[in-house]
Design a protein around this ligand. Structure first.
Ligand code: FAD
Ligand code: FES
Length: 260
């Protein structure tokens, strides 16, 4: 069980940065000071019919300002994310975190790192890029409209893939890697399961160390309900079966540890 407390945090700003994509900065002394890239927070709605919180990754962590940034997609009418999008500067939101394990940044030392994000897996790669010393290449995949690209460009070389070919490579992140003949010694990736499955296969065929951040559906978010389990190679010490809880043991796993 988690000993973390829910916190009523102040919204510093909220902005729509692309169609259905919102960026929210939140003032939170405790989470900002503890958090590392790849962790997430649980965000609570005010609507009693939606008791379960929504897990959203940390996109940026400003420890000095004691602020965190989340970037999220509104998934539809009447959803939790739509409720979040209606909040403005000065409003408060209940959040819990930081949750999950985060990306092992030190593993990249002396290795050529490639950071890959797809869709709503793009935001957590920004804080990872900021934390990662040395040269890194970033490959971000979008359906159509891009977001956070200027921020990524400040961190290093950025390659883009769009499904409709409106920018960068037409296709997905694997097409962008092939088109630009990119090579890697370590990969960090976050995105939808089909993308992570393709990256896991590519990394294992080419003997590349690869960390994937999984975005399974969650309920409690703190390791108590087993709603988020994924299949693992090793037997889990908690459930004693071939399962890992994405919210507590992850969301970041070595690609060879998990089935995707
Ligand atoms: P609901 O009413 O719960 O569902 C609406 C639609 O969203 C349904 O079609 C449903 O299938 C789909 N959906 C719900 N949960 C997920 C999920 N986990 N993955 C994909 N589709 C889902 N989203 C972001 O936009 N930005 C992030 O940084 C981000 N980080 C995440 C980190 C983690 C560790 C996890 C587990 C998920 C993350 N997500 C992120 C996904 C986000 O949690 C869901 O989109 C959100 O919970 C949907 O809530 P809702 O109330 O809007 O939709
Ligand atoms: Fe409850 Fe992961 S969401 S154990």
């Amino acid at each position: 069980m988690s000993n973390k407390q829910k916190e009523s945090a102040l919204i510093v700003s909220q902005q729509c940065i692309a169609a259905d994509i919102y960026s929210m900065w939140i003032q939170t002394e405790k989470i900002a000071s503890l958090a590392v890239s790849g962790q997430f927070i649980s965000m609570y709605t005010k609507d009693g019919s939606k008791l379960l919180p929504r897990p959203i990754s940390l996109c940026e962590i400003e420890k000095e300002k004691k602020q965190i940034r989340v970037v999220y997609r509104v998934t539809g009418d009447g959803t939790g994310t739509q409720q979040f999008s209606k909040l403005s500067k000065g409003d408060r939101i209940d959040i819990l975190g930081p949750l999950g394990n985060g990306f092992p940044v030190d593993e990249a030392a002396g290795r050529k790192a490639v950071l890959i994000g797809g869709g709503i897996g793009v935001p957590p790669m920004l804080e990872l890029a900021k934390q990662m010393p040395g040269e890194k290449v970033m490959v971000m995949g979008y359906r159509d409209e891009q977001f956070l690209t200027e921020e990524f460009k400040r961190q290093g070389r950025l390659y883009i893939a769009t499904e409709n070919g409106s920018a960068g490579t037409k296709g997905n992140v694997m097409d962008a890697i092939a088109e630009n003949a990119l090579t890697a010694e370590i990969i960090y990736a976050c995105g939808p399961s089909p993308m992570l499955r393709a990256i896991k296969q590519y990394a294992e065929e080419n003997n590349i160390v690869c960390y994937v951040s999984m975005e399974e559906r969650m309920a409690c978010g703190i390791g108590a309900c087993l709603a988020c389990v994924c299949q693992s190679k090793e037997i889990d010490g908690h459930s004693h079966v071939h399962n890992k809880r994405v919210c507590k043991d992850g969301p970041v796993f070595l690609s060879t540890e998990v089935e995707i």
